[in-house]
Design a binder for this molecule. Sequence first.
Ligand code: ATP
Length: 718
Amino acid sequence: VRLAQLSPLLLHHPLITLWGGSLLRAGLHLFLTFKFPGSTPWMSSFEGLQSMGVLCFHCPLYISLLWACGQSILGQLWGWHSWQGLLQGYCVTVVACLYWTRYVPSLLTKPTKEPQKKTGASLEKLMGYMKPYFIRFGAVLSLVVISSLGEMAIPHYTGRMTDWIINKDEPEAFTHAITVMSLIKVMSVVCEFVCDLIYNITMSRIHTSIQGLVFQSVLKQEIAFFDTAQTGDLVSRITTDTNDMSESLSEKLSLLMWYFMRVTFLFIFMLNLSWKLSLFTAMGLPIIWVIPKISGKWYQELGAKVQKSLAQANDVATETFSSMKTVRSFANEEGETEHYRKRLEKTYSLNKEEAAAYAASTWTNSMSSLFLKVSILYYGGSLVTGGTVSSGDLVAFVLYELQFSSAVEAVMSYYPSVMRAIGGSEKIFEYVDRQPQVPPEGTLAPQNLEGHVEFKNVTFTYPTREDTPVLKGLSLELRPGQITALVGASGAGKSTCVSLLERFYLPQEGEILLDGQPLHSYKNQYLHDKISVVSQEPVLFARSVKENIKYGRDDATDEEMYRAAELANAHKFISDLPNGYDTDAGEKGGQVSGGQKQRIAIARALIRKPRILVLDDATSNLDTESEHLVHQALLKDSNPCSVLLIAHKLSTVEKANHIVVLEEGKVLEEGSHVELLEKGGTYADLVNKQNTGFQRKEGEELKNENRGSNPMTLLNLH
Ligand SMILES: Nc1ncnc2c1ncn2[C@@H]1O[C@H](COP(=O)(O)OP(=O)(O)OP(=O)(O)O)[C@@H](O)[C@H]1O
């Protein structure tokens, strides 16, 4: 009766009453928040006040909006202060809060532009690689669309069949629906299979081509790049990084595509059935995203703690086993067992917590999805009762919703990892995009090359040590058919001259001429065909001796190979190997001796019939006899070339036509062995010291020599 008396007043000023009530409620909340001593800090925080605003004002706002649109608001006006209205108010607040915490902070904080830019650039590059397979991707996309559409068949026809069962329609329609539904589903599965096949094959192709491209790009870089880059890093870019990227792109991107398409179609079908229910479902989605995340976090944290505690227990076991003698000698086996048991007990109690967290997290997951489903059913039921939707539509809707929520969850979980993979590909493309820091290669490739090399006032500093010049205005000449020897203390810059001759680096000042033309004006391939270098520590590949000698000269005949091996005094020992020239040299030539490795490397250099041959201490591991034989062969070779001989043993360079003595990157003196001895300078001094060294080594003064007051003496003995 009182309500009836009040109703004219309420109906007369319904919105004023509503807003007044809400303001009163908000005032009470504010009072409690700021004045009540037991209020939590969260209540007065921005989020707390926001939630309070939503709780108090969503209802008047919604009803005012309905009123403004000319809709009937009588029902809402009576219902808002009932217990259902109260419950609804709290539910809306929780959902709004979840939406806010999940999306608004990321929208408000401006993301730094750099990563986005990078991801965009990488995506563009990836698209570039996908371009040649444009038709295939088009086919994949069409198949995804067809099969996703096919997935809609079961819920759609189940809904229709429910209506037919309720309305008791003719049985043929029922059978027809089942047949069509099964056919569509089969078609969808076939499309899915073909699509997966095409997609995965195409992605494997792209993966292989990217891997090859990265490898090629790395090989193109200048030598200074390899001085700083770590081999492990380079290999991991080609293998691990490309693998990770292509795995994510082939597996996760395809799943993301599937689920995204499914989400789109499911939502369209759901909207088609009931826009009200669809909106309701969309609003409830944060519940199934956020709640499992929150509960999962607790479980994950505990998981990490369990791992840590297990590792601590393992440490005790490892320490005990590795110090077993100490444990035994102190007879402390019991003590150690107790120590270990205590650590395990800690793990056990954490395990119990972890189990509870797991149960809680699964429980909250199922509860949150149950809550959403019950709400949909409840709301859907009221729509069915109101006659807005049919029972069949509600059944179909619920089936769509089941797929929809899991598809949304999948999209949310795959999207970040796909984005991470695309962003990660930046690391791979870094090498592909890197321009080698060398001038463009020249064009010269003359038919006949004499092999006359001139270093003119060359000054050089390694890029990694820019403050330490290695060569300081060095001039040097290699004449065709002559042996020029470079001698000097370790670190004088001998090998650096070789690196410059190989064009691994460019001199900062001065120039290097080959037959009167600047070295950089020659073609790369041509230059490396004409200049052969046997370095201090030659590297053999884990292939047969034959393949090693013919390295880079696959077209060489076996006769040429035997001849090169004979010149290098290697033929005999190679023939004596178990499989002769087919014997495996082992990793880095580990299955042959140091001297044999050097001789194979000399043969590898000679098979190219170089015009310039560089032997950088290349015979240091040979016995005197073999070394003599190699040098004799080189001197007598009917096709003489310019030879640059670097050696620490001065006896090796005696026969050279010209000897250049280097000291700290400068030429100290030069001439033939006899001329330099007559001059009585540094070279003569070195020879003297070396000879004295040898005598001492033989005699009783060996002890004194070992004290090594003169580093030069030690160097020459080395
Ligand atoms: N890749 C590099 N990066 C930076 N510095 C280098 C590099 N290679 C050599 N150096 C430095 O350049 C100097 C000359 O080295 P180089 O190898 O030319 O000497 P070397 O006369 O051949 O010595 P050795 O007789 O011991 O082989 C040395 O001080 C060395 O430390």
